[in-house]
Design a protein around this ligand. Sequence first.
Ligand code: HEC
Length: 317
Amino acid sequence: MFGMLNRMAVKAGRQTAFVNVRMASTQATGAAQKSGSRATIVGATALSAGSIAYYTSQFGTIPFIANASANTVAEDGLHPADHPWAHRGAFDTFDHSSIRRGYQVYREVCSACHSLDRIAWRNLVGVSHTVDEVKAMAEEVEYTDGPNDEGEMFQRPGKLADYMPAPYPNDEAARAGNAGALPPDLSLMVKARHGGADYVYSLLTGYVDPPPGVHVAEGMNYNPYFPGGGIAMARVLYDGLVEYDDGTPATTSQMAKDVVSFLAWTSEPELDERKKMGLQAVIILSTMTAISLYVKRFKWTVIKNRKLYYNPPKSGH
Ligand code: HEC
């Protein structure tokens, strides 16, 4: 179709070549140029002010201006190293077998103290486990439901729609069980901490003896990655703590990597889908841009290819 239209356009172009008028609009006037450059300046200023405002709203600090901080490096915590997470790149998805192992670590280790309020059993289906596996896991947990016809609450086995059971009935019980410190909910932990997955991984694997001269309060543990250095959670991961069904050796770093992959998924369960949609949007929009550029050139070819010339009147008139 385009071929035919093209031929017609060329023909039209040839015909218009004989038009011999001078178009006022072929030459921009000085006034129009001036207002154009003013619009550019206003536009550029609005763009830079807008991007600074956006950055400030996202990150809380004004770029290019250093923040004054009274903290020492120890008080801010050691900066975690970068780790090559499977899901880090723009085209990368989660490592789902790692999520599955990570769930096992969460269930066997972390769930003794940490809740995972925002994740329901059904969320695991198709991500790390099959529907039958998840049903069986949910049924192992007793949930309070009701009231029944007699107005009493009753216990029943878990269903896919139930949320992950919390280790403590309330925050006070959680504090009482952990010498006054509250183990935070882990659902959004990877998004909630500066450094994200790298931070949580470094925290779990970063327990060391306090260096000479560093005083750690009674009941606290030294971890250089935790701001302040003294954390109420003791080291929890040790080599061989869990036994993976896929035969992966359960070293401390392997378990930390798996549980962090799992927690990265719990905080951004839509990540795989989001990246796929983003890629589709880029493909569709760039194709449409290419098509519209082609159509634009096609439509304008008549105007762009015509030749305008001026025959001055013969002198003596
Ligand atoms: C024995 C109980 C216990 C277990 C088991 C436990 N934690 Fe904790 N966790 C705590 C407590 C208590 C805190 C609060 C520490 C504080 O505020 O000083 C905490 C804090 C955290 C934090 C937040 C650190 C921060 O920056 O505020 C993360 C992340 C964390 N735990 C991850 C885990 C993971 C992952 C596991 C399983 C591998 C786990 N925890 C197992 C008790 C526990």
